[in-house]
Design a binder for this molecule. Structure first.
Ligand code: APR
Ligand code: PHB
Length: 394
């Protein structure tokens, strides 16, 4: 017999979605247990994106535990789009009425959230094995897992599937319930973390004949840079020297220099757009990457995950205070409206800035016209800025 435990909301996955949800529920007096298959150390060190929309920053701040983000996060009020070797600034502050974004790494967000959960006596079970979900269509769905050789089960009122794209929650929904919309891109990003002061105060998104490049950062001492590459690019083919050489070529601009430094970490990620509809089956609610993936151009993944769980936490709080399922019933449709707008934006930024293997000269001219338009028309720049800083949360 498994060791059995009872909670109100069982959460699978201790990424940004799972941890933010758990803490928001706690603040409303709702009990939850988070089940995660990796170790805490692994998730707190894994390098991922690092751009937080104003709405995400505000929510993390309101939840408490945002002090380090306030202190160490870098607030930016614009980005540069670079093409034809020339830079063009998109001024977020002016175009959005004062909004900006904050650069603060996802794994730092996770450290803060884990600390906030621990301080509040929250229960996160790390290194859980063979996690599975059951009885999704009943009033008491169940999570099973193994830990240190023992079998465990958590009996819940609801389950939140916050276990990312490769998790087990979405595949546990019976076939035929969910429609999946997907687009894979014929390229990936080679990303590095470098011990080098960022060569620009703001992010630089570059369109170049040889492919896209991005200059980002993590701190005044650490740069984060990306290069468009093949989706199955072998990282072993890229010596540090070759990486810097390629970055120098793609980012080059008269009167500007890219500072190099020791490469601390490097890796290749593929790019896809993916949406699962609806984001609910019975008492299982999908949130974050388990329900949708965006390509990284524009760095929307974490922000979208946070927007989902904000809606879910409210709907659950409404259920526990009134007994009404009405907001839970609206969860999927409400989230998907935002999800599709963010999908559109991430696809658009990606399409505008990358070279496509099957493109013809018309496509290339069109991309350059798009960049010219977005950097010369106030209406077009305003649309980019509005999406980049984050569409309003409902
Ligand atoms: N059982 C338990 N936990 C699991 C399982 C499983 N079978 N499979 C995956 N997980 C865990 C992962 O180890 C990870 O900690 O679920 C968590 C999912 O976290 P993320 O992948 O970070 O997804 P999410 O919380 O939705 O956040 C979205 O993360 O993927 C990035 O760029 C994306 O920034 C975006 C954000
Ligand atoms: C990052 O800093 O990791 C980053 C920044 C902007 C993006 C994607 C990733 O669009």
């Amino acid at each position: 017999m498994p060791i059995s435990q009872r909670t109100q909301v069982g959460i699978v996955g201790a990424g940004p979605a799972g941890l933010v949800l758990s803490h928001l529920l706690h603040l409303q007096g709702i009990d939850s247990v988070v089940i995660e298959n990796r170790s805490r150390e692994y998730s707190e060190q894994r390098v991922r994106a690092g751009v937080l929309e104003q709405g995400t920053v505000d929510l993390l701040t309101e939840m408490g535990g945002g002090e380090r983000m306030k202190k160490e996060g870098l607030v930016h009020y614009g980005i540069e789009l670079r093409f034809g070797g020339k830079g063009h600034r998109i001024d977020f502050q002016e175009l959005t009425g004062g909004k900006g974004i904050t650069i603060y790494a996802q794994h730092e967000v996770l450290k803060d959230l884990n600390n906030a959960r621990s301080a509040a006596g929250g229960q996160t079970i790390f290194e859980a094995e063979n996690v599975s979900v059951h009885n999704l269509n009943t009033s008491h769905p169940k999570i099973r897992y193994e830990k240190d050789g023992g079998a465990h089960e958590v009996i819940c009122d609801f389950i939140a599937g916050c276990d990312g794209f490769h998790g087990i929650c979405r595949p546990s929904i019976p076939p035929g319930v969910i429609v999946e919309y997907e687009r894979e891109y014929p390229f990936g990003w080679l990303g590095i973390l470098a011990q080098a002061p960022p060569s620009s105060e703001e992010l630089i998104y570059t369109y170049h004949d040889r492919g896209f490049a991005l200059l980002s950062m993590r701190s005044p001492q650490i740069s984060r840079l990306y290069l468009q590459c093949a989706p199955d690019e072998n990282i072993d083919d890229w010596s540090d020297e070759r990486i810097w050489q390629e970055l120098q070529i793609r980012l080059s601009s008269p009167g500007w220099a890219l500072t190099e430094g020791a490469i601390l970490q490097k890796g290749v990620t593929g790019m896809r757009s993916f949406v699962a509809e609806p984001m609910q089956y019975g008492r299982l609610f999908l949130a974050g990457d388990s329900a949708h993936i965006v390509p990284p151009t524009g760095a929307k993944g974490l922000n979208l995950a946070v927007a989902d769980v904000r809606v879910l936490a409210r709907a659950l709080a409404h259920f526990y205070s009134t007994g009404s399922q009405s907001l839970l019933d609206e969860y999927s449709a409400k989230c998907l409206r935002r999800v599709w707008k963010v999908q559109r934006f991430s696809w658009w930024m990606t399409s505008m800035l990358h070279r496509f293997p099957d493109e013809n000269p018309f496509d290339q001219r069109r991309q350059l016209a798009e960049l010219d338009y977005v950097t010369s028309s106030r209406a077009a720049a305003k649309s980019l800025a509005e999406n980049y800083v984050g569409l309003p949360l409902e």
